[in-house]
Design a binder for this molecule. Structure first.
Ligand code: AMP
Length: 283
């Protein structure tokens, strides 16, 4: 039987626990999360276990990446269940700081990123988002000094932004992307799926189906523009309010007009009732 993970809630406790983990030169992987863990998160933990000797999972609902009108207050918080799932995965350490530990009174700094962070996707609809993400992920990297960090491709722009930031700031962390884990009907797993009513849950996989349809059309030689228009129709007809459905260069996130301009990633964000869902696939 392996031991349940150590839970650190203060910086001194984190430092002590990390020093213990790093004995005998063990390598450390970090998996940043906001908790409400599902199988998508656990797939990142499993990948982390394959990439490093020790695994640290942070569970922190980060207020700075939510706008005042967004769901910070209602975001699901299920720490007990999360901790037992992480124990089941033999995670070594859970970093679960309080907001005041992460952002003490007087906190006044921010990591600002450009490039993929200003691609006109999530940043267009959530202008505060990447400033909050990069600041908290930067802090997590500095606090935990991991050798590798695992992020989901589910949040594709975020993966690109964090990868860029880690390289630009010489943080010494190798950022690894993990595939998106889906429900059987194709809906990407997300902590926010619990917000969906039964009717909305039945409609939600349309996002994935529409992207598959767009990919199929592009592969069949139809224009990217007409394929996206057809996909957008499927999504709005299903009852979503579409924020964006776009074809972008998979590395740079630059807009792409024809398949010979590079590997294509389709990215979508849409609201179903009060719930905003995002997803993406490769073409
Ligand atoms: P979150 O707790 O939603 O901030 O997500 C924490 C990490 O889990 C991020 O790197 C996400 O991209 C990743 N993640 C969320 N949902 C999934 C999923 N369905 N499949 C794979 N990774 C995911």
């Amino acid at each position: 039987m392996s031991r349940p993970p150590v839970v650190a809630r203060t910086l001194p406790a984190l430092r002590r626990a990390l020093a213990e983990l790093r004995k005998r030169n063990a390598s450390v992987a970090l998996v940043p999360t906001m908790g409400a863990l599902h199988d998508g998160h656990l797939s990142l933990v499993r990948l982390a276990k394959r990439r490093a000797d020790k695994v640290v999972v942070s569970v922190f609902v980060n207020p700075t990446q939510f706008a005042p009108h967004e769901d910070f207050g209602s975001y699901p918080r299920t720490f007990k269940a999360d901790a037992s799932k992480l124990a089941g995965e033999n995670v070594d350490l859970i970093w679960n700081p309080d907001v005041k530990v992460m952002y003490p009174d007087g906190f006044a700094s921010k990591i600002a990123t450009e490039g993929p962070a200003v691609a006109g996707l999530e940043d267009r609809f959530r202008p505060h988002f990447f400033g909050g993400v990069t600041t908290v992920v930067g802090k997590l990297f500095i606090q935990c000094r991991p050798d590798v960090a695992i992020f989901g491709s589910k949040d594709f722009q975020q993966l690109r932004v964090v990868t860029r930031m880690a390289a630009d700031l010489d943080l010494g962390v190798k950022v690894i992307g993990a595939p998106t884990v889906r429900e059987r009907d194709g809906l990407a797993m997300s902590s926010r799926n619990v917000y969906l009513s039964a009717e909305e849950r039945a409609v939600a996989p349309t996002l994935y189906r529409a992207m598959k349809e767009v990919a199929k059309r592009i592969k069949a030689g139809k224009s990217i523009e007409s394929s996206l228009t057809a996909g957008a129709e499927l999504i709005t007809e299903a009852g979503f309010v579409l924020d964006y459905l776009e074809a972008r260069h998979a590395e740079t996130l630059a807009p792409i007009k024809s398949p010979n301009q590079g590997p294509i990633r389709l990215l979508v964000a849409a609201k179903l009732g009060k719930t905003r869902l995002i997803d993406n696939i490769a073409v």
